[in-house]
Design a protein around this ligand. Structure first.
Ligand code: CP3
Length: 355
């Protein structure tokens, strides 16, 4: 299918047989690794690291040097699109991302344009090209974007949020303005992900980190609808090879069938849903990615193996596609050795389900 040395991850997403269950970790390149902290210090700050293709590639490959992971994920951030739209992204130490010019009203939405992936966002495409070169066909490269709803939460709140007060006010008082923002974001995400695919991303994932804070009706109208539009706008085959698409809505387990109905290849699960139930609900419609609680990585190593075994057993014998992952990003204070135990356990304990 491809010239990859290890294509387990792509095969599982396409529901093809594999020798063992593929595994990667959300946020696998990051602060829990001392070598990441060293490269970031060399770059100066997080965005400078994202904008330097050689260093972005270096940190992408760092976790693969330590652990036998089955996929690499582009080192970048979901907030590159709003930054390219002119909102002025910056990171305040210990406070997460912030925007200098958040979106407050219709005039702000009318002002923003669709960033050119090979213009303002060319640094991301350069990173994709550099990583593909440096990976030398070992494992596939995952490209990604935030969902329109999740990007809009940061753009309207001006940064991270707990209560989502501003965006919910906009959603209920002026839904047309929010829809206009979400529609612009969906168009930009389509262009951005298609450009990543063109540059060499072999699969793409959409992070809907905050879809789960919506009511079921609002989720469909303000988040899922736009992810559906994106799935339909993506180039799902590149140079004759399928490019699988994964949708991940954190806390979205109750909407699994609806997410699967978008036509995506795989659905990412957090740890609040039992994978046996999830599989029964989607059947062979989509592959599933997940779903160990990232906090289990604080546990003694035997406990990590037990949890991996339970999730593998929960998915069981089947060719309907399972990519093992954490249910959300790895925590920054997890001992790297525990991540190693996690990855090895998935490979070792899953072989018996693929005979
Ligand atoms: O998974 C990977 O290894 C690839 C890289 C990646 C990053 N961010 C690097 C990053 C990915 C896929 C993301 C996605 C992302 N970014 C999401 C969606 C996934 C999720 O976790 O739900 C979200 C919501 C963001 C927004 C964002 N970026 C936040 C909230 C933060 C601050 C986090 C913090 O604790 O300070 C970032 C910065 C960021 N993105 C870091 C990394 C490694 C930390 C920056 C640093 O080095 O200080």
């Amino acid at each position: 299918m491809t010239t990859l040395k290890n294509d387990r991850y792509l095969r599982a997403l396409l529901k093809q047989p594999v020798d063992c269950t593929p595994v990667w970790m959300m946020r696998q390149a990051g602060r829990y690794l001392p070598e990441y902290r060293a490269t970031r210090a060399k770059a100066g700050d997080f965005m400078s690291l994202c904008k330097n293709a050689e260093l972005a590639s270096e940190v992408t490959l760092q976790p693969l040097k330590r652990f036998p992971l089955d996929a690499a994920i582009l080192f970048s951030d979901i907030l590159t699109i709003p930054d390219a739209m002119g909102l002025g992204l910056y990171f305040e130490a210990g406070e997460g991302p912030k925007f200098r010019s958040p979106i407050a009203r219709k005039a702000d939405v009318d002002k923003i344009g669709n960033p050119d992936p090979e213009g303002e966002l060319q640094y991301v495409m350069n990173a994709v090209r550099q990583i593909r070169k440096d990976l030398q066909g070992e494992v596939p490269l995952i490209g990604f974007s935030g969902s329109p709803w999740t990007l809009a939460t940061y753009m309207v709140e001006g940064g991270s949020s707990k209560a989502f007060t501003k965006i919910k006010k906009m959603m209920y008082a002026d839904p047309a303005t929010l829809h206009s923002l979400l529609d612009k974001l969906a168009d930009s995400v389509i262009d951005y992900l298609n450009a990543q695919i063109q540059a060499g991303a072999q699969s793409v994932m959409i992070f809907d980190t905050w879809g789960g804070v919506l009511t079921p009706r609002d989720y469909e109208q303000f988040s899922l609808q736009y992810m559906h539009k994106i799935v339909e706008g993506l180039n799902r085959v590149h140079e004759g090879v399928p490019v699988p698409v994964t949708l991940f809505t954190k806390n979205g387990g109750m909407w699994l069938e609806k997410i699967a109905a978008t036509g995506c290849d795989a659905v990412g699960l957090d740890w609040t849903i039992n994978i046996t139930d999830a599989k029964a609900r989607v059947g062979d419609k989509v592959a599933l990615q997940g779903n160990m609680d990232p906090s289990i990585l604080y546990a003694p190593q035997e406990r990590i193996r037990e949890e991996v075994a339970a999730i593998l057993d929960g998915f069981g014998h089947s060719n309907t596609g399972h990519v093992f992952n954490l249910g959300h990003g790895i925590h920054l204070d997890v001992p790297p050795e525990n991540a190693g135990v996690f990855v090895d356990s998935v490979h070792e304990l899953s072989r018996k389900y693929h005979k």
